[in-house]
Unconditional design. Structure first.
Length: 165
């Protein structure tokens, strides 16, 4: 049996995140359409644009390590996106849908923050400074999106969902 290394693990996680970002890119327009809050809708639309750039960055990382850009099924993202679809189905058209969409989006962001943080460190350890730089750019965007979602939740959508109760 071949010995697996940190480099193998890095490549495996890179494939996982690449798959996840592509799935997220497909889910964001549906989330934007389902949002009641114009502010939340705009945040989803902005993040869809960022996600496209993040996918391009991941493709650059694949190039830097001399591997083809290929994804591998990410069950974690599949499950989170499925939860988001259930929220849209169960709460669509109500004030509560936005609170649920924020919760789902933050689950995605927290997953991505954990993955990108780990991959940044591993890239550094593997001597992949340019890859680490690209991954850090995406990490900063994911953290900013998480902060924006928290602000939207705390300043409007959670309160609107509470009043509707």
């Amino acid at each position: 049996m071949k010995t697996k290394s940190l480099d193998d693990l890095f490549q495996d996680m890179l494939k996982d995140v690449y798959y996840a970002e592509r799935k997220i890119l497909k889910a964001l327009p549906k989330m934007a359409r389902g949002a009641q809050s114009p502010e939340l809708r705009a945040a989803f639309e902005k993040h869809a644009d960022e996600t496209q750039i993040q996918i391009e960055r991941l493709q650059q990382v694949f190039e830097l390590i001399g591997k083809p850009a290929r994804g591998k099924t990410c069950p974690a993202i599949e499950g989170i996106i499925e939860e988001g679809e259930e929220i849209l189905e169960s709460f669509g058209g109500t004030d509560a849908v936005d609170a649920g969409l924020v919760a789902t989006a933050q689950a995605v962001e927290h997953y991505e923050i954990a993955r990108y943080g780990t991959m940044c460190r591993w890239a550094e350890m593997l001597g992949q400074k340019q890859a680490s730089k690209l991954l850090r750019e995406t990490l900063a965007e994911e953290e900013a999106t998480d902060k924006t979602l928290t602000e939207i939740a705390e300043t409007s959508v959670n309160q609107a969902a509470l009043k509707a109760a």
